[in-house]
Design a protein. Structure first.
Length: 304
């Protein structure tokens, strides 16, 4: 009997221990990016942050992601020594949240019907193109029936630099059209204080490499312990590397186009204007769809 009670107590005491680790990321994005900002997860994040006397925040517990919640999260990240205080609830932040707030009691999750006002149904791609400002909108077009027919051999990609859009074709028809971000005309390097031309090269290429979870061997960060020492192109780092550890930038769903390191990959940061070091950034879910449906040898046309 005593043993049974003890087991029940231990189970109840660890109910919240892994709550945040089971949720999706939370951030400034929307459903077209990596962050859906689920009502229950955001609400419990607000409850957890409010309970922390070190932070001294009084967030409105409404389950809505916003600037106040983001600012409180950044204060949490700074207070508890996370490497990046960027207001993004990613893997490491979720692990820390679970550690710090394992004893906080959260209310029962409730079912919420998401109402995305921007979500519309389009009968075909021409309908989508006619009704959406492709240069400014973050909306994504998907033809799920057409995507089911994709087998790698019947697919091709087009990246339109002027529209900042990527299109996946299946049997010559548009199966997916999404925002993307290509190389900047003038990219500022914070370490060298120099602006450089980083435009994505025009032309027709082929996917030569596919890696689901790649780390960049060029762009990344140098750390001394947990302290960030340098961020950027490691070839331009002129300091002493002794005692430093290098962490390459995440390039999930990597699809290489050139030997010089230009490719397509997932990113948190999708803009409606060129802004990369030359690669083509894709919304996370879009990168998954494209990665799944292309193969090495799939042609990619980069046009303007």
């Amino acid at each position: 009997m005593i043993r049974t009670i003890l087991v029940i107590f231990l189970v109840l005491s660890t109910l919240n221990a892994g709550y945040f680790g089971t949720t999706n990321d939370m951030c400034d994005g929307n459903k077209y990016f990596q962050c859906e900002n689920n009502y229950n997860a955001v609400r419990n994040l607000q409850i957890a942050l409010n309970s922390d006397k070190k932070l001294g925040v009084k967030l409105k517990v409404d389950g809505t992601w916003g600037e106040e919640t983001k600012s409180a999260l950044m204060a949490f990240q700074e207070n508890y020594g996370l490497e990046k205080a960027d207001g993004w609830v990613g893997k490491r932040t979720k692990e820390k949240l679970d550690t710090i707030y394992s004893k906080v009691k959260f209310p029962k999750d409730i079912k919420v019907v998401e109402n995305y006002k921007t979500k519309k149904c389009y009968s075909c791609y021409s309908d989508f193109r006619q009704n959406v400002n492709l240069r400014k909108s973050f909306e994504i077009y998907e033809d799920k029936k057409l995507l089911k027919r994709a087998n790698g051999r019947n697919t091709k990609l087009t990246v339109d630099v002027s529209e900042q859009r990527v299109r996946l074709y299946v049997d010559g028809k548009v199966a997916l059209c999404s925002p993307c971000t290509t190389g900047a005309k003038r990219k500022f390097e914070p370490n060298t204080k120099i602006y450089r031309d980083k435009r994505t090269p025009m032309g027709t290429f082929k996917i030569t490499e596919k890696i689901a979870d790649k780390r960049s061997s060029i762009f990344g960060e140098y750390y001394r312990g947990k302290k960030l020492v340098y961020k950027g192109d490691k070839r331009k780092f002129s300091g002493n590397k002794k005692g430093l550890t290098y962490q390459g930038a995440s390039l999930k769903n990597w699809m290489r186009l050139t030997s010089s390191g230009i490719g397509l990959h997932a990113s948190k940061y999708i803009k409606r204007y060129p802004g990369t070091n030359g690669c083509i950034r894709l919304p996370y879910k879009v990168s998954q769809t494209i990665f799944k449906n292309v193969r090495q040898g799939t042609p990619v046309s980069i046009v303007n």
